[in-house]
Design a protein around this ligand. Structure first.
Ligand code: NAP
Length: 192
């Protein structure tokens, strides 16, 4: 595989799971966050070549960039990261547009006629966005262990080569492959 440097925007469970996973498979990893100091203990205890910096530095660092922040914060994070830092790159979008403002289970910030990934692709017009990892728990993202046979990972996006690169990563992570459900609009809720 040609690309071995990944920038991961995020400091939550997904960013840590992917960060540890990419590092385990010998990628150089940099996480991006507003508060790098909060991740120092995690970096110390996690094996591999991992660093932490700002959102913009992590986006610049990666040949590939993963977007793993709160759905409601995606717009702000991309502005902080600098859309130009993603130009030409595969962007793995793990986010979901969950609305946590009401009590009870989260709703969706928007529904069947729009999707967060379409907005990400529109904001990062020079990047090649692939929706990936958003349909499974962070604990299953790398080296999945399902009781039954591991299914292929659902992905979608507009760039065929970007989807092939994504599938190579998935296979490296122990997935049988990707199930490509079409262009980025396929990430809409209710899309078939
Ligand atoms: N957790 C899972 O198992 C899972 C599974 C599939 C998909 N997802 C999706 O993956 C994404 C990441 O999930 P997560 O559970 O790891 O983390 P999360 O708690 O949803 O998000 C944490 C990240 O969001 C950033 N953030 C929050 N509010 C912000 C704001 N106002 N401005 C800028 N950044 C802000 C934080 O930035 P700082 O680092 O600067 O604090 C942090 O990096 C989410 O979209 C989620 O829906 C999660």
């Amino acid at each position: 595989m040609a690309h071995r440097r990944i920038g991961i925007l995020g400091s939550g469970d997904v960013a840590k799971a992917l960060g540890a996973g990419f590092a385990k498979y010998d990628w150089e990893v940099q996480l991006g966050t507003r508060t790098p100091e909060n991740l120092q203990a995690w970096v110390t205890e996690t094996e591999g070549t991992i660093s932490v910096d700002s959102f913009s530095d992590a986006a610049s660092f990666g040949d590939i960039v993963a977007l793993s922040v709160l759905g409601a914060a995606v717009g702000d994070v991309l502005e902080l990261a600098g859309p130009e830092n993603f130009d030409g790159k595969l962007v793995l979008d793990t986010t979901n547009p969950l609305d946590f403002t009401q009590e009870g289970p989260p709703g969706l910030l928007f529904g069947g006629t729009d999707s967060l990934s379409e907005r990400v692709q529109a904001t990062l017009s020079g990047a090649r966005v692939v929706k990936c990892f958003n349909t499974v728990s962070n604990a299953q993202m790398v080296d999945p262990t399902f009781e039954d046979e591991t299914p292929p990972m659902l992905i979608c996006g507009n760039d065929e080569d970007a989807k092939k690169e994504t599938e190579e990563i998935l296979v490296e992570f122990g997935w049988p492959g990707a199930l490509d459900v079409g262009p980025i609009e396929s990430s809409r809720f209710g899309s078939e």
